[in-house]
Design a binder for this molecule. Sequence first.
Ligand code: TPP
Length: 487
Amino acid sequence: MNKKRIQQIKCLFTLFFVVCASFYATRSYAQNTAVTIRLSGVSMERVMNEIENQTNYLFLSNKDVDINSVVSVDVEARPLSEALAQMVRGTDVVYRFDGKYILLSKADRRPVTVKGVVTDADGAPVIGASVIVKGTTVGASTNTDGSFSLQVPPPAENAVLTVTYLGYEPVDVTVGSRTDFRITLRDSAVAVENVVVTALGIKRQEKALSYNVQQVKSEELTTVKDANFMNSLVGKVAGVQINSGASGPGASARVVMRGEKSIEKGNNVLYVIDGIPMYNHSFGGDGGTYDIGFQSLSGAMERGHDMVYVCYDNEAYMNTGIQRSSSTPHFADTTTTPQGTVIPGKMQQKKNLTKIMVAHGIPYVAQTTFIGNFKDITEKAHKAIYTPGAAFLNVMAPCPRGWRYPSEKLMEVTKMAVETCVWPLYEVVEGKYILSYKPKNKLPVEEYLKMQGRFAHMFKPGNEWMIEEVQKEVDKNWEELLKLCEL
Ligand SMILES: Cc1ncc(C[n+]2csc(CCOP(=O)(O)OP(=O)(O)O)c2C)c(N)n1
């Protein structure tokens, strides 16, 4: 190779390095040149002037760029590129550096398909990382090989891809003119902090919460032992009032946080245990309520626990094979009260649990049906939930299988229970009886009985006395109720 040729190659290399160096110098200058601009709702031109004042750059813009568009920039001693990104945000203008010029042009209005691969520091693909176009809902997840592909909405040049994955630092990459990306995620080196589980199971670092969190350590609770755990919290959490029940050890406590706030009076705190909100509501069938759980129900009501008890009354132990409960009505044929020559069905009348609950002196008791009287059950459930203290709802739930009627007659059977006054709708608020519905024309009880197979034997010749007896019982109860309601 002759000397001249070597000289030419040297010149080429020099030129190449000068070009490269100036390119990097431009980029790094743009990155390093700090500007302070605080302009809100001004023309783009105004921001351009400010940038020209604070840097050595000059703007060149295409004719179709609207430099009167209203923009806002708020940066303090931040790189020029950040100010420019804010200046063009929300417009269709894109910028690029060319030497000491910043060229503004109109963005291509078509979305751009970009693809890429996300790996960890060891080059292994990150599966399921989220790649989102910042400020939009456009995004994709990486596949099993760490690859992704998505359509970046225009102007794609200004778009930023944010890549996130649990345990890694998030990465922001400006799209610019690129369509293919290799993105490496670094392990996040965040030390494990106290984590607090907030509503709906959302975990947050304690210090990251914008609201107040207080923790009570288990040792603080075990030093003072109380039959009711809540009473051990008294005086340990600021802003929490705990009123112990007046009925001695084991009494329920009323817990209110930062005062009474609800106009509906439901001011009790909500307990969330293992992510499940614990409302003070209990449900039981009639067997579980009238009989098996009666003692505990009575205890809870008498102690005035702040709770709602809902009895789902289908008038027998249905789950286990239609055995009679103390809620089963007089003469009903069940597997444990089989009508025949020995007995005429159930020998006893239905226990009046609603009245027994009233006798506990609790603030709210009501009788309703689970279908057919939707407004009634909704209003009563609402009252029961928002009445402080114990509330009891007795909900009649006709069971097609156990009562032996076709399920399509469910509404009719329910309605008939109310229209015959077999199951009157009423409530007792602070001891005051209020009738919810008074049938215009009280129907004979046989209209109700004849719909159900469990009473079929009452219609056999010679058994009329059973129907008459039931009618008397219903009438007596109804008259009593009207008196109690002062009607
Ligand atoms: C203390 C207790 N005793 C007995 C049982 C068995 N058992 C399971 S379901 C059931 C029937 C409950 O009847 P009811 O409460 O009327 O509800 P339904 O089946 O009618 O919905 C019984 C007795 C039980 N679960 N717990």
